[in-house]
Design a binder for this molecule. Structure first.
Ligand SMILES: *[C@@H]1O[C@H](CO)[C@@H](O)[C@H](O)[C@H]1NC(C)=O
Ligand SMILES: *[C@@H]1O[C@H](CO)[C@@H](O)[C@H](O)[C@H]1NC(C)=O
Ligand SMILES: *[C@@H]1O[C@H](CO)[C@@H](O)[C@H](O)[C@H]1NC(C)=O
Length: 156
């Protein structure tokens, strides 16, 4: 009995240390990740490639979304359906709260119905005000690693 309960504890600690491997196929690999607001415009452009188990080669994803105004200090919300990919098995969303400035963003990627999430730290999204007296003259862009894995599983 003691043996079995310690085995159970051991398995439970494995599950806690590595929750992802028990939930769907392996990580989604993102490369060439680009997200940037166009200067003097509210439009934000997103581009990246994703490879994942169950996909036949790389899939390219893109979005062009309006952040609301050209002085935005955040990256625009890519709601479900606002982005597109060259393979309909992949969908994605991106959200960075407008305030406080420099908030963390959520980047969700769904492949064949299985959603994974990456929290992008606010420190990986640069805001350059350029001209303190002109609130429209700013730049906002992703400045973190362009290649990364998305491992966290989340409920749909
Ligand atoms: C989709 O994009 C990827 C990555 O850019 C490319 O390798 C692939 O050929 C594209 N597939 C289609 C169907 O256009
Ligand atoms: C990402 O998925 C999580 C979990 O389902 C959800 O709470 C969050 O709102 C999603 N974020 C975006 C940007 O869709
Ligand atoms: C900063 O913005 C103000 C107001 O639009 C403008 O008059 C000024 O020329 C700008 N300064 C520079 C260096 O662009």
């Amino acid at each position: 009995m003691k043996f079995f309960s310690s085995v159970a504890l051991f398995l439970a600690s494995l599950a806690t240390a590595n929750p992802v491997s028990h939930n769907g196929p392996g990580p989604y690999h993102i490369s060439e990740f680009y997200a940037s607001k166009i200067h003097d415009s509210g439009t934000c452009i997103y581009d990246f490639d994703v490879t994942a188990p169950g996909l036949d080669g790389a899939v390219h994803c893109h979005a062009s979304v309006d952040a609301g105004f050209s002085g935005a200090t955040w990256l625009a919300y890519v709601y479900e359906g606002a982005g597109n990919c060259n393979n309909s098995a992949v969908t994605w969303t991106f959200f960075q709260p407008a305030s406080p400035v420099g908030s963390d963003a959520q980047f969700n990627v769904t492949v064949n119905g299985v959603k994974r999430r990456r929290i992008i730290p606010g420190s990986d999204i640069s805001v350059n005000l350029n001209n303190e007296t002109n609130p429209f003259d700013n730049d906002v862009y992703y400045s973190g690693p362009r290649e990364f894995d998305i491992t966290e599983s989340v409920n749909n």
